[in-house]
Write a protein that binds this ligand. Structure first.
Ligand code: G3P
Ligand code: CA
Length: 321
């Protein structure tokens, strides 16, 4: 029997509070999310922090606090900072590094002087487990060890660090409320085959033009043969929403692909990213329109969203949960 679709709070409730803050994760809890999504990167001293980018420019005051630590490309890389140094930084709303303007202007004020810090993975898990206890919930974590190949290039193994922490906090089996996601098939194979992880593994699907994962052909991955291969090492897929409903431009209906049907034929659920009420595709007149297409017409099994309250509310109104 098909399970009820799930809500995955992408980087917390980041439509309302800066991404990957403890406050944003707590808000996602209060909004009824099923999972909180978290990205992890490593520090110089091999501590896992909850942060999306490899570099700190777009989300923190690093340029003011450590002006001398930027690399030649003008970026401040997390791997160049110890955890103690990372803890001196303050997070703000995501800004365009070139202009300093907010990426999503209607969200949390960019000039707020609240001392949001970068959490460690352990702190974030403690928050989730603490709130599960005090709120009598069973919210899961949906974790992406960021850029495994990039970390290898820096002499680090992010999968080893992350899986060790997860194990210490009780996440080790297929029944755990913990999904691992990666854009890199080799990383999933490494966690499954070498580290013998039994956690649920999610193959994220990017676009070849993004050139973020050299050597990975996502176009082939989205064919029946490609999905046969994915099903041999992963449990489900997390595609870009435009790979399911192709935005063909204003005034035109989206072109619906067969990706979800093909994945379901292979017993893989599908969790597309990223659903933003303030960044709609041109075919959607409203956020509800968008959710109707994905949950009712196409039957996806969950979505990554910056607005977990709105998705939860839609699912309840639609009788889907
Ligand atoms: O992890 C799935 C979704 O988060 C898409 O990737 O770039 O937001 O980490 P990103
Ligand atoms: Ca992510």
């Amino acid at each position: 029997m098909k399970r009820k679709p799930i809500v995955i709070a992408h980087r917390g409730a980041c439509g309302y509070l800066p991404e990957h803050t403890i406050a944003g994760k707590a808000l996602a809890f209060a909004m009824g999310t099923d999972f909180v999504e978290l990205d992890a990167v490593l520090t110089k001293d091999d501590r896992a922090i909850v942060f999306h980018d490899h570099y700190l420019n777009a989300m923190t005051d690093v340029a003011d606090v450590f002006p001398g630590k930027k690399r030649k490309d003008g970026k401040f890389y997390a791997v160049d900072f110890t955890l103690e140094e990372i803890k001196e930084l303050t997070i703000h709303e995501r800004l365009h590094p070139d202009t300093g303007n907010a990426v999503y202007p209607g969200r949390f004020p960019k000039g707020s002087r609240i001392n949001f810090g970068i959490p460690t993975l352990e702190e974030e898990i403690a928050l989730v487990q603490g709130l599960n206890r005090s709120m009598r919930k069973d919210v899961g974590i949906y974790i992406e060890p960021k850029g495994p190949a990039y970390h290898r290039g820096e002499g680090k193994c992010i999968e080893d660090v992350v899986l060790d922490i997860l194990k210490r906090y009780g996440y080790s089996s297929r029944d755990s409320r913990c999904y691992i996601q990666s854009f890199e098939p080799d990383s999933i194979r490494y966690m499954r085959n070498d580290l013998k992880s039994d956690l649920t593994m999610v193959q994220l699907i990017g676009d070849n033009t993004w050139e973020e994962t050299p050597g990975v052909d996502y176009y082939r991955m989205m064919t029946p043969e490609g999905l046969d291969e994915v099903a041999r090492y992963a449990d489900l897929i997390g595609p870009w929403m435009n790979q399911i409903a192709v935005d063909e431009g204003k005034g035109r209906e989206p072109m619906l692909t067969k990706l979800v049907a093909w994945a379901h034929e292979r017993n893989m659920e599908v969790h597309p990213y990223t659903f933003r009420a303030d960044a709609l595709p041109s075919y959607a007149g409203s956020f509800d329109d968008l959710l109707e297409i994905f949950f009712v017409t196409i039957s996806v099994d969950g979505v990554f969203t910056d607005f977990p309250d709105k998705v939860n509310d839609f699912l309840i109104r639609s009788g889907l949960r």
